[in-house]
Design a binder for this molecule. Structure first.
Ligand code: SAH
Length: 346
């Protein structure tokens, strides 16, 4: 069965025409789906039209299977997909708005050592409509509408590698920012990649003003290969070259993620090497403390050490901040909650 949310507004108009329906039906359906409704819940179209749609399309693209709320207010969701797979999402309340962190794949094939998402490998890509439906549901649950959204910001930092699911991710960005739908500003969306160089070049040409974030985590290539297998394919110099191209094409600065792992990448030597690599570049470094995942055995750096690491970077002339660790008590790290859920079901 297909996912109706995969269709753009124009594609939905064409579908209505092919079904012999009036064009304004497309607008009604598009609005309803963007509001987080399932097909059966749309009240202003006929049952006959719903039945026609349900012959080919899933009634419910994603269903909220579980919702956990952290002591810090962060909400973590497990979504059930129509084929029985599970993905997760996180909703964080901030003073400037609310951010949804979403998954782009079920599992991941990048195999980063510290990350729970990759432990079982890649199961499948999410479609653009499935990604969109997770936003629509979370927005609705938090009292948002398409005119007055609860979800104001989006980060593609859940499970999966967005650039390993490139076409669906690009279509999702177009769908979620469509003024016919949720109309989330692309400038409020961040996409994080572990560093797939060809896709960084391709993305630079898309004309989408999304914030590009790259997971760096180690300034020495040889060590980075141990932490992130993708480093065997692309060196840091190749990544930096692609980032320079991105800046040249878009005029947008880029961000590096740096998750501190005790004794691995939190040394003075690492800070100095980072400064050497990044000084003078139009970039910012987001330092986070590792969210410990039991399978990896890796330990987190303390908060105090994280601040002194950032202090070293700043002294070296970099723009850097320590990012808050959200929802650690509810398995906030990518892929943790899905893994625990699957283990419990066994
Ligand atoms: N595949 C994309 C998006 C992944 S998640 C990427 O690699 O960028 C977003 C960020 O969280 C990445 O920087 C990722 O390396 C980091 N991350 C994953 N697991 C983590 C953990 N347990 N603790 C801290 N950061 C983690």
């Amino acid at each position: 069965m297909k996912i109706l949310q995969d269709l753009s507004y124009n594609e939905l108009c064409a579908l209505m025409e092919s079904l012999g329906e009036k064009p304004f039906r497309a607008s009604q359906i598009y609005t309803a789906l963007a509001s987080g409704l399932d097909i059966s819940e749309i009240s202003n179209i006929s049952n006959a039209l719903k039945e026609k749609l349900l012959l080919e399309y899933e009634n419910c693209a994603v269903k909220v299977e579980q919702k956990l709320v952290s002591v810090d207010g962060t909400e973590k969701y497990l979504f059930l997909l129509s084929d029985g797979n599970i993905v997760e999402g996180v909703y964080m309340k901030n003073n400037y708005g609310n951010t949804q962190c979403l998954s782009t794949q079920v599992g991941c094939r990048m195999g980063c050592k510290f990350c729970a998402s990759g432990i079982g490998g890649l199961v499948r890509n999410l479609t653009s409509g499935e990604m969109l439906a997770t936003v629509a549901k979370v927005n609705r649950i938090n009292g948002g509408t398409i005119k007055n959204r609860a979800v104001t910001n989006i980060v593609l930092m859940g499970s999966g590698e967005p650039f390993d699911n490139y076409e669906n991710t690009i279509k999702f960005l177009k769908l979620v920012s469509s003024d016919k739908g949720l109309n989330v500003s692309l400038r409020n969306i961040s996409l994080s990649t572990c560093g797939l160089v060809p896709q960084i070049y391709k993305f630079s040409e898309e004309g989408l003003p999304v914030n590009l974030t790259i997971s760096l985590h180690q300034p020495f290539d040889e060590k980075r290969k141990e932490l992130m297998p993708i480093a065997k394919a692309y060196s840091l110099q190749e990544i930096l070259k692609a980032c320079a191209y991105y800046f040249e094409k878009t005029g947008r600065r880029y961000i590096f993620e740096y998750s501190l792992v005790k004794g691995e990448n939190d040394t003075k030597e690492c800070a100095n090497e980072l400064i050497k690599l990044l000084k003078g570049k139009p970039c910012h470094v987001n330092v986070i403390r590792l969210n410990e995942v039991k399978e990896s055995g890796l330990k987190s750096t303390t908060e105090k050490e994280a601040y002194s690491f950032v202090g070293l970077l700043e002294k070296g002339g970099l723009s850097a901040t320590v990012r808050r660790l959200n929802g650690a008590d509810i398995d906030g790290a990518c892929g943790q909650l899905r893994r625990n859920y699957i283990e419990l079901k066994k």
